[in-house]
Structures are given as C-alpha cells and as structure tokens.
Write a protein that binds this ligand. Structure first.
Ligand SMILES: Cc1ncc(COP(=O)(O)O)c(C=O)c1O
Length: 354
C-alpha cells in the first residue's frame, strides 16, 4: 500500500514559466511544468509520481471515453501578501471529489494522496502563480476509468491526476442569463450533485442555443415545471431580496454543493443577512423584481468567483439591473479576495499554506 510519503518527483530540465508573462491570462489555456499521476490497480492506489506535463496515451478502447466514468474538481492557489503559497478550502474539494467518485462507482482517493499530492505539485510549480488581480493558479484534480474493455461495468483500473493552470477570470464581465425552459440538467436521484464530466457535456446544447440568442449562460430549472431554479453553468446562484439572501437548497441532490456557495453563505451571515436555502420559484424572483425589492442576483464558483447578473430573462419577462448601484456582491467578492490574499484574517480557517 503506497502513501504520499512514497511520492517520486521527476523535474523538467527547463522551466517554461518565463515563456509568457503571467498577466491577462485566459482561463484554462496554459499549463505548468509538472503534473501528478497516481494509478489504481488491483484494488489499490499505486506510487504517486510528479513528472513533466506531457501527453498521455491509451488504447482506443479506454473505458472513460466510452462509458464516461470521469470526474474532476477545481481549486485555486494564491500567493498572499505575506509571500506564502496558499490554497483555498482544498480539503472541501477533496471530500466532494470522493462524493462524486462514490456516485460514479469509482474508488475514493485517500485524503493524504489528494492533499499531499496537490501541495507538493503547487509548491514545485509555485513560480507559475500569477501575482496580478483576479488571477490565480487553478488546480484541476481529475480521475478517469482506464480499463481497455468494451462493455458497461465499473472499470477495475483508474488514473488520478492533477494539472495546474495559471489563469485569469472565467467571466470577465457581468452576465446575461436565460432561465432554461426546455432542457434539463439534473433530476432527483441523478448525478447533479456530482462533478461528473458527463454533466458538462449534457449541458452544452442548451448553453450553445442560449449563446446564439445573446446570453452568456442558462439558469437551470427543475425538470417538471421549469420554475424552481437550480444553478448556472459552473456557478451556484444567489438572490438578495430585502434583507434576505436566497439560494437553492442542496437537499434533493440536483445541484453541486459549491465550496464558494458555502463560503458566500458564511460571509452573508457575517454581513447580517438572513440566508434562506430552499426551493426558489422563479415567480418569486419576478414578483420581487416588479416590486423593486430584488436588490441583487449573482453566481458563485471557484472559476467564476462572484459574477453579477446584469440581465435575467424568464420567458418573455426581461429583468434588467443597474449593477453599478450594487453593494452586496462587490463586498462579497472583496471579502473573499481579502481572505485569499491575506489582507484580512483567515477567521473561518479556509486557507492552508503549502
Ligand atoms: C455545476 C457547477 N455548479 C456550481 C459550481 C460552483 O462550485 P465551487 O464553488 O465549488 O467551484 C461549479 C464549479 O465548480 C459547477 O461546475
């Protein structure tokens, strides 16, 4: 049985870190010098290795390509004002990764391998952490089935990997959102709560159609009435109405339990808001908009951080917002950024130093 203490590191001969300036980076385009790789064979995790970032090759019968046993996570690392390399709530992503693994009939990854491997990789490639605002080192852990076999059954072998990408913001501008009225992302009993690769593939068509109509994303709704809101693309959703903040509950397993969502709930309560996690009927949002009590609407996610919704369309109702007058979402974004950059105390214990 291997542990993170067996980690073997092979370094690149020449770093690529100076090949492009780490400013104005698109999301997800560049990758650092190294990657982590751990194989699951004969019912056990093998020796963890860090090696130069490079292509990997497989037979065309690779199970993940045919039957979709593939999951991932998204985490961010920063260099704080004290010069330390810090990671935001990685342990929570590790736990969620293993929830996804269990749902997809994949082996769980031991916490010491996930966290220890991530720390070692981020430390090794820490020169790749961008130091400009709204940028970070995006950490992408993932696992996929590696049996070379055709036939629907859980694979017997898997590969767990982590790659790192220096990245700018996922959404650079406030969002124009369409409340989805036809397609469905998730149902109770399904895989909505898992970060399964297939969830993103099945969401593409709705998003492409919404983009063709001039929107940035869809706000998914329940599968029966298309009235109860779920989440958007790679974000959870929040509405501020009066002195209350509303976000869909995690109860029926249709939405991803966002780590940012959880952090925003904590920060909103600290700011004095009454946070309601429940079933949110779009009619309530429309009524609040018409009554002038809908103060703000925004999405939250690791990649997207806090993204304001400037326009929300439900059927033929167009809700347009004067986002320049908003105070809550900018304050939340600042509060999160300040904790990550070490400008304010890490009072909730969200940061860990590598
Ligand atoms: C479907 C979906 N919902 C919500 C989120 C936000 O989750 P988190 O805040 O953990 O990044 C993400 C991004 O990870 C996502 O992919």
């Amino acid at each position: 049985m291997f542990s993170i203490n067996d980690l073997e590191i092979t370094r690149v001969e020449r770093t690529r870190v100076n090949d492009q300036p780490l400013v104005n980076l698109p999301f997800g385009k560049y990758f650092t010098d190294h990657m982590l790789e751990v194989d699951y064979v004969d019912g056990a995790w093998q020796k963890p290795v860090i090696k130069p970032y490079a292509p990997i090759s497989f037979e065309p019968s690779l199970a993940a390509l045919h039957y979709g046993q593939a999951i991932f996570e998204g985490i961010k690392a920063y260099k704080n004002e004290q010069g330390e390399v810090v990671i935001f709530r990685g342990i929570d992503n590790c736990k969620r990764f293993n929830v996804s693994a269990t749902r997809l009939q994949m082996p769980t990854v031991p916490e010491d391998v996930f966290i220890g491997g991530m720390n070692a990789l981020v430390k090794l490639d820490s020169l790749w952490i961008p130091l400009v605002s709204d940028h970070s080192l995006y950490i992408r852990p993932f696992m996929f089935a590696t049996d070379c076999f055709l036939g629907v059954k859980p694979s017997e072998t898997y590969k767990f990997m982590i790659v790192l990408s220096p990245a700018g913001p996922y959404y650079a501008a406030p969002l124009k959102i369409l409340v989805e009225q036809h397609y469905v992302r998730a149902v109770k009993g399904g895989v909505g709560y898992a970060k399964a690769a297939g969830n993103y593939a099945s969401a593409l068509l709705a998003t492409t159609e919404a983009k063709a109509k001039g929107f940035d994303q869809v706000l998914w709704t329940d599968p029966f009435e298309h009235k109860y809101v779920h989440e958007m693309g790679v974000m959870n959703v929040f509405f501020i109405i009066g002195d209350k903040a509303y976000t869909p509950s995690l109860e029926d397993g249709t939405i991803l339990a966002g780590v940012t969502r959880d952090s925003i709930i904590v920060l909103l309560r600290e700011m004095g808001f009454d946070v309601v996690e429940g079933a949110i009927n779009i009619d309530m949002i429309v009524e609040a908009y018409r009554a002038g009590t809908l103060r703000e609407a925004f999405g939250t996610g690791t990649a997207a951080t806090v993204s304001m919704i400037k326009e929300l369309q439900y059927q033929d109702v167009e809700m347009k917002f004067d986002i320049d007058a908003w105070t809550v979402s900018p304050a939340l974004k600042t509060a999160l950024t300040d904790i990550r950059q070490g400008k304010t105390s890490d009072r909730f214990g969200w940061m860990h130093t590598v």
